[in-house]
Design a protein around this ligand. Sequence first.
Ligand code: BGC
Ligand code: ZN
Length: 363
Amino acid sequence: MKAVAVFPARRELQLIEHQEPGIQSPTQIKMRVLDVGVCGTDREITSFQYGTPPEGSDYLIIGHESLSQVIECGEKVTRAKPGDLVVLTVRRPCPHDSCIACRSGRQDYCYTGDFTERGIKQRHGYMTEFVVEEESYANVVPRELREVAVLVEPLTIAEKSLEQLRTVEQRLPWDGQGHRNAVVLGAGPVGLLGAMALRIAGFDVTVYSRSSKQEEKDDIVAAIGGQYIAAETHSIDEMANAVGAIDLVYEAIGASSVAFEVIKHLGPNGVFIFTGVPGRKAPIEVDTDYIMRDVVLNNQVILGSVNAPPHGFQQAIRDLGTFMQKWPAAVHSLITARFPIDQATKPLEPGAGGIKNVIAVSA
Ligand code: BGC
Ligand code: ZN
């Protein structure tokens, strides 16, 4: 079968032939891959900054944002049947008895760092024609989400963040939060999906971003009842003045200089959530005394969040359904283009435009 793989030692990205997998245990399912989303992590991997092949392999099949259709089930499978649409989780547990996170099914909080991730770390990914996986890692998706369900995985980043936010907010010992102001940094798929999740969670949302597609982003954010502020025309100070006290910042740009500037504008009891993974660049100057003082004097929380558990995927599937009822055109417009697998390297090239590019492996 066809697959898209990186060869880190040779610094090559290629369409390869790979052995088609088969079911190995009664709790596994076999799927035909339909759609695979391309994200910043894939661009890091295909520029050889990140990503590790499985042991004994000189290549890694990429792709971790997927939608597939079940074609075969082991005899003990109960949660999926042939024909079902499913989205697979990404991370698999580390092997250590001492890791209470992985032993509790919460490898998204793995302590040892020896977890694996499909399409990213020591496990082949989904940018291929067929995959086999344990049913416990598969999440069934309603058929009406067929065209957009490839957005489930990037939405899980917001779901896990929001779950942690709710835990943090329990420190405030009163009921109800009234109106809350959220600022989303970045208007890529993670930022825009995060903005949608924050809207349905009751936040007033401002998206602050630099983007070549200002008008398009502005339209999407307006459609969901948020406000878009362009970084090209508004400084961070101006943005912060327009928003007022910021209760939550959801960072989805991966540019640390902007993020640390915005921390200075976080309001009382505010929470700042980092989701981006910046590449290593030259050190920058940050006013650390100012930030530390403010974080303490305002009871602020700075939180990092990565990966998501199965219930985060299930929440994302429910929320994506809600987004589609409220804002179908805005959700559809997040998917910019679909490419056949033979052209999978195109959206991975540096400077490839668009919001979410998708490899349509089969129809
Ligand atoms: C994926 C996560 C993964 C992270 C770090 C992200 O792009 O969405 O599932 O844990 O990269 O590898
Ligand atoms: Zn991703």
